[in-house]
Write a protein that binds this ligand. Structure first.
Ligand code: SAM
Ligand code: DTB
Ligand code: SF4
Length: 366
């Protein structure tokens, strides 16, 4: 029964707690094995105790350097090892990044995430990317980067530049990791995450579901995140996007019920983290997404595109938010540049505006 199981489980993390809880894979598996209603009910209670249950954080993604990556991640469209038909691109010019971030802000996103298909950035590449961070910060958005592995000095440099979040996924359990990537180790991921954490940047780390891993792997993956010295502030859960040409192209889809269970267990193990419904939303029904929000997901990627693949349609997302009475989360201290006169006079056209529902994510002040 869930009640007795709850009593056996460690207490939740809380801001005031000095020693974070250490979870075991067995405890996480016991949660996975609960009847669906018991699991989701428990997750929702944890969620409600920590967050506004109807607020969802909105991030937009941009690939600033696409393709020709030397790594062999078996899921990835951008690995040079697989023929995925992707055109390689150079680092995007600053003006394009600015335009794209402005569009994202106008659509209601509060965080702008920029990804590069690198194993790790050189110091020179990092300086170019820092100019992009400045552009995003100038327009009042939170900035997030995902550039591969970082050294400690590079993480410090990004902190100094004002970066809010760094995304570096552990991707899967330590046990299954070798089936997915051979060109860098699980420990390398943990090392980069520590550099990000120690430099004072918020950590965004999660992974991919539906890569052929077992339920035990899913439990172990979530426990690895929850047991970090501090759990990530942001936990993206991606449903595998099957890219033709990659070794994972032909894998069967993960049952959406199992995905919802994974969201629920993530919520229980990491009560204060934002759990992001990330890649794969395009192929998910409204009902499945609604269950994910109920189970504790409270962040999404919003916009036409992820990095190289399509995302759920923006109008569709707006309709879904309306149907569910969900409003965009405005981060504490969120600022945006004073808008031009013309902007101020415009009607709010933000698809995620929902101006009547108390949570307009648009940059306008109503
Ligand atoms: N190259 C950097 C790295 O790997 O750290 C940053 C970009 S990489 C594309 C960021 C993350 O996107 C990966 O760690 C993976 O979790 C996710 N991702 C990539 N391709 C995916 C796919 N086909 N389906 C789901 N998630 C994917
Ligand atoms: C994350 O966990 N998911 C995003 C972001 N972090 C960088 C990337 C999803 C990529 C999906 C496949 C693609 O568009 O190439
Ligand atoms: Fe390269 Fe990142 Fe794709 Fe791996 S996930 S192949 S490191 S772009």
């Amino acid at each position: 029964m869930s009640a007795s199981l709850t009593q056996e489980l460690p207490v939740h993390h809380s801001v005031a707690q000095a020693e974070p809880t250490q979870w075991t894979t067995a405890q996480a598996l016991a949660l996975f094995d609960l009847p669906f209603n018991d699991l989701v009910f428990q997750a929702h209670q944890v969620h409600r105790a920590q967050f506004d249950a109807n607020a969802v954080q909105i991030s937009t993604l941009l690939s600033i350097k696409t393709g020709a990556c030397p790594e062999d991640c078996a899921y990835c469209a951008q690995s040079a090892r697989y023929d995925t038909g992707l055109e390689r691109e150079r680092l995007l010019p600053l003006s394009e990044v600015r335009e794209s971030a402005l569009r994202a802000r106008e659509s209601g996103a509060t965080r702008f995430c920029m990804g590069a298909a690198w194993r790790n950035p050189t110091d020179k590449q990092l300086e170019n990317v820092i100019d992009m961070v400045h552009v995003v910060k100038e327009i009042g958005m939170e900035a997030c980067l995902t550039l591969g592995m970082l050294t400690r000095p590079q993480a410090e440099r990004l902190k100094e530049a004002g970066l809010d979040y760094y995304n570096h996924n552990i991707d899967t359990s330590p046990e299954f990791y070798g089936e997915v990537i051979s060109t860098r180790q699980f420990q390398d991921r943990i090392d980069t995450i520590s550099h990000v954490r120690d430099s004072g940047i918020n950590v965004c780390s999660g992974g991919i579901l539906g890569m052929g891993e077992s339920r035990e792997d899913r439990a172990s993956f979530l426990v690895s995140l929850a047991n970090l010295p501090r759990p990530p502030e942001s936990v993206p859960l991606n449903m595998l996007v099957r890219i033709p040409g990659t070794p994972m192209a032909g894998l069967p889809t993960l049952d959406p019920i199992e995905f919802i269970r994974t969201v629920a267990v993530a919520r229980i193990l990491m009560p204060t983290s934002h759990v992001r419904l990330s890649a794969g939303r395009e192929g998910m029904s409204d009902e499945a997404q609604a269950w994910c929000f109920f189970a504790g997901a409270n962040s999404i990627f919003y916009g036409d595109k992820l990095l190289t693949t399509g995302n759920a349609d923006q109008n569709h997302d707006q309709a879904l938010f309306d149907k569910l009475g969900i409003h965009p989360l405005i981060p504490e201290g969120f600022t945006s540049l004073p808008l031009t006169q013309e902007d101020e006079e415009d009607d709010c056209t933000s698809p995620m505006g929902g101006c009547g529902n108390g949570g307009c994510g648009h940059a306008h002040h109503h």
